[in-house]
Design a protein around this ligand. Structure first.
Ligand code: PLP
Length: 397
């Protein structure tokens, strides 16, 4: 009998938490419970499973696994990352106010700005790396401080313990989108954050073959409310997608090591190559000139697999993206295969230009999700991109 506990290492928990052998057959892989309902023995007599929106054993396995990795007490899986964000906001009501990062995934901004604002919630967007700005934005109606760290796509780092301390002083709820870091590199609940959010579509699944989301909470009362909302709203994932995420997570520690090593080495190399007026500025929290470098060192176990490159204009960035042949041009991130994205026209198209540019997010910004391929091949591809974009011929050493 495999036994693990809270003291087991993260690598052990990634493989075993929630993944106990099937009690009926001993199957080592959690079965895909592909059922919509469950036979009941009599009125009000059942085995804890009534209907698959309410309970599904494959989903429960994933939820237990995520709660363990994020040092939380309950996990909840949803149909997408944005479905998870929707559930988080359903903890609030019309009239409530939220202070949120001014740089975050464009779909999250769209959900706040074009869905929940229409239902009567209000949002103030600030640079959450600036704790004084966060505190100054708090109003009597504020209920939630919402941060993404590192942010998508500028990789801004916010001080999680500092955010949690502000929230405690003002009696507010805190949530952190931990999609970019994953629990391998950062566990917000350990810094006092109440709720962790994930797009499991990204690193957790890691194979670009499903869409999903999750919330993990640090308190029972939040768990009780979210369990109610998960069933009442019904934005649940199917069992196959839960199973794919659960399988993906078993190799998350290994994949994150590789993402991190490839991205770290490429960022240093790019920063050394990409000089001259047409070369890109390299944004990566692992580089000592990144404004959040010292904080990232303190609160993260690594700097992650995303590098952003700021080209001088759209045309140069476009030439770079279109010249790459190993980095696939597409939306998403965190898979084993490297991707290149142009956030202004793709993932963040719904963020108004003025708002983007106020945070330093220009049309020339290109985001690389560095995958797990051989670094020599990735470097050779970037050489191709740099040559096409800036005319700079560099050596792929
Ligand atoms: N959070 C972050 C940081 C993201 O990058 C994304 C999607 O790109 C989401 C949330 C939303 O996730 P999903 O696409 O699974 O709805």
């Amino acid at each position: 009998m495999v036994r693990i506990d809270a003291k087991s290492g993260l690598g052990t928990r990634a493989i075993h938490a929630g993944n106990a052998p099937d009690p009926r057959t001993g199957a080592v892989a959690v079965p895909v419970y592909q059922t919509s309902t469950y036979a009941q023995d009599g009125l009000g007599k059942h085995k804890g499973y009534e209907y698959a929106r309410s309970q599904n054993p494959t989903r429960e396995a994933l939820e237990e696994n995520l709660a363990s990795l994020e040092s939380g007490v309950h996990g909840f899986a949803f149909a997408s990352g944005l479905a998870a964000t929707t559930m988080l906001l359903h903890l609030l009501k019309a009239g409530d106010h939220v202070v949120a990062s001014n740089n975050m995934y464009g779909g999250t901004f769209r959900l706040f700005d074009q869905v929940f604002a229409h239902l009567g919630m209000r949002f103030t967007y600030v640079d959450t790396a600036d704790l004084a700005a966060v505190e100054a934005a708090i109003e009597p109606a504020t209920k939630l401080l919402y941060v993404e760290t590192p942010t998508n796509p500028l990789l801004t780092i916010s001080d999680l313990a500092g955010i949690a301390a502000i929230a405690q002083r003002h009696g507010l709820l805190t949530a952190c989108d931990n999609t970019f870091a994953t629990p391998m590199l950062q566990r917000p609940i350990e810094f006092g954050i109440d709720i962790v959010l994930h797009s499991t579509t990204m690193y957790l699944n890691g194979h670009s073959d499903m869409v999903g989301g999750a919330l993990v909470v640090k308190r029972d009362d939040l768990g009780t409310r979210l369990r109610f909302l998960q069933n009442a709203v019904g934005a649940v994932p199917g069992p196959w997608d839960c199973w794919l995420a659960l399988r993906g997570i078993k190799t998350l520690p290994l994949r994150m090591e590789r993402h991190e090593k490839n991205a770290g080495d490429l960022a240093v190399w790019l920063a050394a190559q990409a000089t001259g007026p047409r070369g890109p500025r390299v944004i990566y929290p692992g580089l000592p000139d990144h404004p959040g470098h010292a904080l990232a060192r303190k609160q993260m176990a690594g700097f992650g697999g995303i590098i952003s490159l700021e080209f001088p204009d759209l045309e140069t960035g476009k030439r770079f993206c279109e010249a790459l042949t190993l980095f696939t041009l597409g939306e998403s991130l965190g898979g084993v295969e490297s991707l290149v994205t142009h956030p202004a026209s793709m993932t963040h198209a719904s963020v108004p230009r003025a708002q983007r540019e106020a945070t330093g997010f220009t049309d020339g910004l290109v985001r690389l999700s560095v995958g797990c391929e051989d670094i020599s091949d990735l470097r050779a591809d970037l050489v191709r991109g740099l040559a096409a974009s800036s005319g700079v011929v560099v050596a792929a050493r």
